[in-house]
Design a protein around this ligand. Sequence first.
Ligand code: MG
Length: 191
Amino acid sequence: MTMTASPETLNRLALLDRDGTINVDHNYVHTRDQFDVIPGAVEAIKRLHGLGFSVVVVTNQSGVQRGKYTVEQMHDVHDYLQDILQEHDSRIDAFYYSTAMPGSPDIRRKPMPGMALEAARDFNADLGRSVVIGDKTSDIGLARNVGARSILVRTGHGRETEIGGGAGETAIADDLTGAVEVIEQWLREGW
Ligand SMILES: [Mg+2]
């Protein structure tokens, strides 16, 4: 018997930006003290799993190369987020990060597609049936570069992105909770 992966057998990803989307963007967040979860985000992540998405974080962390914090500190912050989620029977399925500086040719730094392509490979996912959620032009650009849908959230830098015209072709929601509601509407429409 030959197994062929049809789109229906492939998984769906919700690719979440971190700072300004899950947690308050205090600029170069790198300690547990600085990690303030945006209200509703924990429940929203849980709902994404309930809708059948694997939930991954895709985050630009140039602060590492800028010398503002270490990669170990970044991992500790991610462990902290996992602890918070675990208390609510939820989780991030994987973290993808790029320490590349803005303007570098690195293909992993958003909006370049590298991290999303890695996630698609790791999760056997169809990016065309996946969604990127974030607060910056680079998040919307990532979605465009991999053929995923996108939702701009108005938390973090989202309002500036929206007003500045950086949003381009994207859905917009007030926050991660609103983004889940957008996705639920898409699913009702047969996406
Ligand atoms: Mg962000």
